[in-house]
Write a protein that binds this ligand. Sequence first.
Ligand code: DGL
Length: 261
Amino acid sequence: MIGVFDSGLGGLSVLREIVARRPDMSAIYVADSGHCPYGVKSADQIIERATVITDFLLAQGAQLIVVACNTATIAAVEYLRANYSVPFVGMEPAVKPAVARTRSGVIGVLATGAALAGNKLLTLIDRHRGSVRVITQPCPGLVEQVEAGDLDGPITVALLREYALPLLAAGADTLVLGCTHYPFLREALAQIVGPDVVLLDTGEAVARRVDSLLPAVDSAAAAGALRWYSSGELQQMNRVGSCLWGGAINADALTEDDGAR
Ligand code: DGL
C-alpha cells in the first residue's frame, strides 16, 4: 500500500496516473485541505505538516509515500528522507523535458510562490536550461480555484490569462505545470494558449517511479483499494474531489491525533 499526500486535491492528478499504470496498487490519499495552500507557508510550516501526514500514513501501513505536491517536495522531501526509512517519491517540475522539447528556445514554468522562493527549483532550472530561456511565473490563486472546483469559470480564466499570456508574449512555446493542481486546469489553459503550446506535467513520470520501486503489492486482498482522508471539510473533499477524480470519494477526517507518533 502506498500513501499519497498533497496540500489538497491537486495530488489526485498524480494518483490518477499511478492508478492508470498500476490498478492493482492500494493507496491512501491525504488531502491537507485544512492547511491549504502550502504556497504561502514557510518551509518549516510545510515540514511540520508533512511530518504529521507521514506519521499518519506510516501508522496505516504505507510502504512508500508519494509527496504529490511540488511545494511540499521542495520544502520537505529532504527532511523526510533523512528522518524516515520508507522511500519517498517527490515531484520534479518537467523542466528537463520542456528544455528538450521547445523550438522557440523559451519555456515558462508555472508554480506556487513557495516553490519558486527556494533555491531548489532555480537549481533544477540552472542544471537543465542550457541555452534555453526559462521564465518562472508564480500563480497565486490557482490552487484555491481548483480546491473550489472552479476549473473554467471567469475568475479562473482571468487568472490563467494573467499568468500565461505574458509568457507567450515573451516567446514561450512550452509551459511547465509545476504544481499538481494545475493539470486540472489543462483544458482551460489550452483554450487560452492554443494548440501549438505544449503543456507538460510530471504525473506519469512519478507513476513510473512508483512502479519501479514497488513492483509487487503487499496483499492481493487489498489490491486496488483506495481510501481518502482530508484535514479540511469532508463535504468539499467529497464534492470537488469526486468531480476531479471522476468517481465517488467518501473521505474520513484526518485529525491531528491520527498523526501522533
Ligand atoms: N499541489 C501543490 C503543489 O504541487 C499546491 C501547493 C499549495 O497548496 O500551494 O505545489
